[in-house]
Design a binder for this molecule. Structure first.
Ligand code: F6P
Length: 327
């Protein structure tokens, strides 16, 4: 049975996402509001192992709500995958009397938190911080909205130049194994084709649809591809299109890490603040080893092991809309 949380540590882990700073701010200030001592851990689980842990005050999080990245820095820790690493991490928390941990990150980070919490008596709570939106138990993940808006802004610009030259652009967006950034940005920019890992990519269908458009002189086309698509992303799709349809002037643009940076959108700041606040409230109430999410505008708590295993389901309605609107 875990003891009452009196000293709390917060870390950001995995790939950074816009809004992580807003979440840190909410955790620190809610903790202090409740009279807890709050500590920041640098570079995710690595900082716990390397003892890079410092006490945070309300002022430590001043002027960060609008900043992308994370003031605590991010890392994917190899050492934390080993028991020996986790034991050192535990000792470093223990010597300060830290008895609660908030982990802001994706499913890999939650896996670490789950194992750590099972092995040692440290209640953990997860906040979904990832641009990929690939976590079950929440309608939002911190960073997705900003990333998808960055992608939309970039694709709109690409459409301008595509239009000027009558070109086909294949645009690759991030998302790891998930197609949410591609789906949302593709619909929002009026892409003609959207290729995502959640559905089977029919290359013949893509070639036929582009060839049909070529015949009717619809020369400006955008194909948005998720990096995790089974055909291997933008370069591969463009290579196939160029080979099969040599008369179409085709270019590729890989948006890459610009999708991870930048000032968080209003939505990301709001959900990060709300989730950060509820993470601390939840720990204080003795509810832990869960991920804090928002479902239907209500706080929703998913056991960490479920959040790790279950991927978010893609709605069939979205997929239908893509087909109809892309004709
Ligand atoms: O998980 C977030 C993410 O940005 C993915 O969309 C992408 O596949 C990956 O991280 C990139 O990781 P890295 O920054 O280590 O190259």
């Amino acid at each position: 049975m875990a003891t009452k949380v009196t000293k709390l540590a917060v870390l950001t882990s995995g790939g950074d996402s816009p809004g992580m700073n807003a979440a840190i701010r909410a955790v620190v200030r809610t903790g202090i509001y409740h009279g807890l001592e709050v500590y920041g851990v640098m570079r995710g689980y690595n900082g716990m192992i390397e003892d890079d842990i410092f006490k945070m005050e309300s002022r430590s999080v001043a002027n960060i709500i609008q900043r992308g990245g994370t003031i605590l820095k991010c890392a994917r820790s190899k050492e934390f995958r080993e028991y020996a690493g986790r034991e050192i991490a535990y000792q470093n928390l223990k010597k300060r009397g830290i008895n609660g941990l908030v982990v802001i990150g994706g499913d890999g980070s939650f896996k670490g938190a789950q194992i750590f919490s099972n092995e040692f008596d440290i209640p953990c709570i997860g906040l979904p911080g990832t641009i990929d939106k690939d976590i079950a138990g929440t309608d939002f993940t911190i960073g997705f909205d900003t990333a998808v808006n960055t992608a939309v802004e970039a694709i709109d610009k690409i459409r301008d130049t595509a239009d000027a030259h009558d070109r086909l652009f294949v645009v690759e967006v991030m998302g790891r194994d998930a197609g949410y950034i591609a789906l949302h940005s593709g619909i929002a920019t009026g892409a003609e084709n959207i290729l995502i890992p959640e559905t089977k990519t029919d290359i013949e269908e893509l070639v036929n649809s582009l060839s049909e458009k070529e015949k009717r002189r619809k020369l400006v086309n955008l194909v948005v591809v998720a990096e995790g698509d089974e055909f291997g992303g933008g370069n591969e799709i463009a290579r196939i299109v160029k080979r099969r349809l040599p008369n179409i002037d085709t270019r590729v643009c890989i948006l890459g890490h610009i999708q991870r940076g930048g000032s968080p959108s209003c939505l990301d700041r709001l959900i990060a603040s709300r989730m950060g606040y509820h993470a601390v409230e939840s720990l204080i109430q003795g509810r832990f080893n869960v991920m804090v999410g928002i479902v239907n505008n209500k706080m929703y708590y998913t056991p960490l092991d479920h959040a790790i295993k279950a991927k978010q389901k893609m709605s069939n309605q979205w997929l239908k809309i893509v087909k109809i609107l892309a004709s």
